[in-house]
Design a protein around this ligand. Structure first.
Ligand code: ADP
Ligand code: MG
Length: 330
């Protein structure tokens, strides 16, 4: 059964779409089967995934209006990364959708037939707490707040938290608050650090250690219709989204098994071999994060990033086959 995650905040320009696209891209490259759902009629996620939203034959609106089946609408970007696209026609239909039988469950009902086909369903929410965001929360098992230091986050989080409580109470009792990820950080400015500290203080167990810095490659990748791992896998953006995605799946049982496998492999090596592998991982890490590493100055993130790099080296020596849902159905 897929975990269904909404990436949400009721303000535009915070990095929701970028986070949804790149986290989905990363996980699909690492053996998880992912459906990326564009719940914003602006269609930014569909565009980020490389689709021309004006030329779509079918969109998520066909599902809401029950004029197509989900397998007729889903676009197979790759074997493991599928996209449910959206465009402006859905915005025009919002008023009439409000009057349908159960307007808050349009997305939940649309996704019901494919819940067993994916490991993750990621929903990119629009920048408002209206019908489409409520639908996203009603269909989700969890949600992640995407916060940029552009604005004072606690002010925005309060109404969002009230919406979460309302949805949880009235529509979706099992909905969970997964966490908060900070995007577009620049820790050379005091403001980013202040916002990070406020979030850490108020949500000590919810704020992701990984954070996403300002990186122009992320913007470029989106304008080329590519994920950052396709566009520039050596950029800070790729490094940061790798850290976030790995932290996000830390407790996923498949990932736990994989990490344990590599930990055991590592421990079974001689100390000389271990040293060599760690040295290799350190070299990769510093080449990867380049000068950004000095500024990052964050031991938690760096320590974790080194384990990720070490496991990548080990992966070349001892390939690990992740058993995806896809393997079971094909
Ligand atoms: N970390 C980042 N560094 C630089 N530009 C970014 C970053 N994250 C997002 N952007 C750019 O900022 C704009 C808004 O991001 P987006 O993900 O679309 O936000 P939202 O979905 O919350 O409206 C986009 O042009 C995107 O390419
Ligand atoms: Mg967006």
């Amino acid at each position: 059964m897929a975990k269904v995650i909404s990436f949400i905040i009721q303000k535009g320009g915070c990095g929701k779409t970028t986070t949804t696209a790149n986290a989905a891209g990363y996980l699909s490259l690492h053996g998880f089967k992912v459906l990326a759902v564009d719940m914003d009629p602006q269609g930014n996620l569909s565009q980020h995934m490389g689709y021309d939203t004006e030329k779509l034959e079918k969109t998520i609106l066909n599902l809401f209006e029950r004029t197509a089946a989900i397998n007729q609408v889903v676009l197979k970007r790759s074997e493991l990364l599928h996209v449910l696209p959206n465009n402006l026609h859905t915005a025009a239909a919002e008023f009439s959708l409000q009057k349908s039988m159960s307007p808050n469950y349009l997305l939940r009902d649309a996704l019901a037939p494919v819940l067993n086909d994916y490991d993750y369903i990621f929903i990119d929410c629009p920048p408002a707490l209206g019908l489409f965001s409520i639908n996203a929360l009603a269909a989700s098992t969890e949600f992640v707040l995407v916060v940029s230091p552009e604005f004072f986050p606690m002010k925005a989080i309060k109404p969002l938290y009230d919406t979460y409580r309302m949805v949880k109470e009235k529509m979706n009792h099992t909905l969970q608050f997964n966490g908060i990820v900070m995007t577009m950080c620049d820790f050379r400015t005091r403001h980013s650090q202040e916002v990070f500290d406020i979030l850490k203080k108020n949500f000590p167990h919810k704020l992701y250690n990984a954070y996403i810095r300002n990186n122009v490659s992320l913007k470029e990748a989106s304008s080329y219709g590519q994920t950052i791992f396709e566009y520039n896998s050596q950029s800070f953006g790729a490094f940061d989204y790798q850290n976030f995605a790995e932290e996000f799946i830390r407790n996923h049982h498949k990932n736990i098994a994989k990490r344990e496998y590599y930990q055991q492999k590592f421990e079974s090596l001689t100390s000389g071999e271990q040293k060599q592998i760690v040295m290799f991982a350190e070299q990769n890490l510093s080449a990867y994060a380049r000068s950004g590493l000095d500024k990052m100055n964050d031991s938690t993130v760096l320590k974790e990033a080194l384990v990720i790099e070490r496991n990548k080296v080990l992966e070349k020596l001892f390939p690990y086959r992740l058993n995806t849902i896809f393997d079971q159905v094909s």
